[in-house]
Design a protein around this ligand. Structure first.
Ligand SMILES: C[S@@+](CC[C@H](N)C(=O)[O-])C[C@H]1O[C@@H](n2cnc3c(N)ncnc32)[C@H](O)[C@@H]1O
Length: 226
């Protein structure tokens, strides 16, 4: 499936409503609460979906930008951020685009990238590595990236998704698409290649809801000074 075909389902109004209705991420909230100077932190919410984290970051006064590939997700997040920052700022700060092309931002622009549930949407291993390299490029040294990503074992309770033949971590997705599933060691290794170290131990969380098994790898990395 091409990257654009994989993005189309994210414009489904029901999916937009579902993602918009969620509370802010439970790891992001304490991370932001612990910032000594939130106004001085420039953050990118990568794959912002319906804006649950974007709105939280705007309300807390961070210098916030958000990007998503799906037009409907961007429209929803813009409308919600406009309620906090006004329409002009929402238009400027919430944009449509791909995680593999952050060229609208210069090198070392951000202090924090929030990448929750987005990298695994890569439709090939090449796209995965391009997305990680773009995150590295736009992050300042000493900056951090908060990641959650599906890991192997994800799928139906007794039927995990299958690895695509000839690949290391590209899996058949849940709906005609592909997903890049990384375990904790694999994710740490990919970020280490780009000069990141874990700030907290990378860990796996597993839950089963209505016969669906979701295995997630959670990580927080720091980009080492050059
Ligand atoms: C699971 S949702 C993200 C959830 C969101 N970060 C949150 O915490 O609520 C995945 C999002 O990634 C977006 N997406 C998928 N492929 C993308 C790509 N190549 N570049 C940017 N965004 C992408 C989708 O449109 C969708 O909104």
């Amino acid at each position: 499936m091409s990257p654009s075909d994989a993005i189309a389902p994210w414009n489904d109004p029901e999916r937009v409503r579902c993602f918009a209705s969620r509370d802010p991420d439970h790891r992001l909230v304490p991370l932001v609460d612990a910032l000594p100077d939130p106004q001085g932190v420039r953050v990118l919410d990568l794959g912002c979906a319906g804006g649950r984290n974007t709105v939280f970051l705007a309300e807390r006064g961070l210098d916030l930008f958000a990007l998503d590939a799906a037009e409907a997700m961007v429209a929803e997040t813009r409308a919600r951020v406009a309620g906090v920052l006004g329409e002009a700022q929402a238009e400027r700060r919430v944009v449509q685009g791909l995680m593999t092309d952050l060229s609208r931002w210069a090198d070392e622009t951000f202090h924090l990238v929030v990448a929750l549930g987005v990298y695994h949407q890569a439709q090939s291993e090449a796209e995965w590595f391009e997305a990680l390299a773009e995150t590295e490029r736009v992050l300042a040294y000493g900056g951090r990236v908060l990641v959650s990503n599906f890991a192997p074992g994800t799928g139906k309770s007794n039927e995990p998704l299958e690895l695509v033949e000839g690949t290391r971590f590209l899996y058949e997705g849940m709906h005609d698409d592909h997903l890049c599933l990384r375990d904790a060691d694999g994710l740490d290794a990919d970020f280490a290649e780009l000069g990141f170290v874990p700030e907290t131990p990378t860990c796996i969380v597993e839950r089963v809801v209505e016969e669906k098994r979701r295995v997630t790898v959670n990580a927080l990395y720091e980009k080492l000074p050059a």
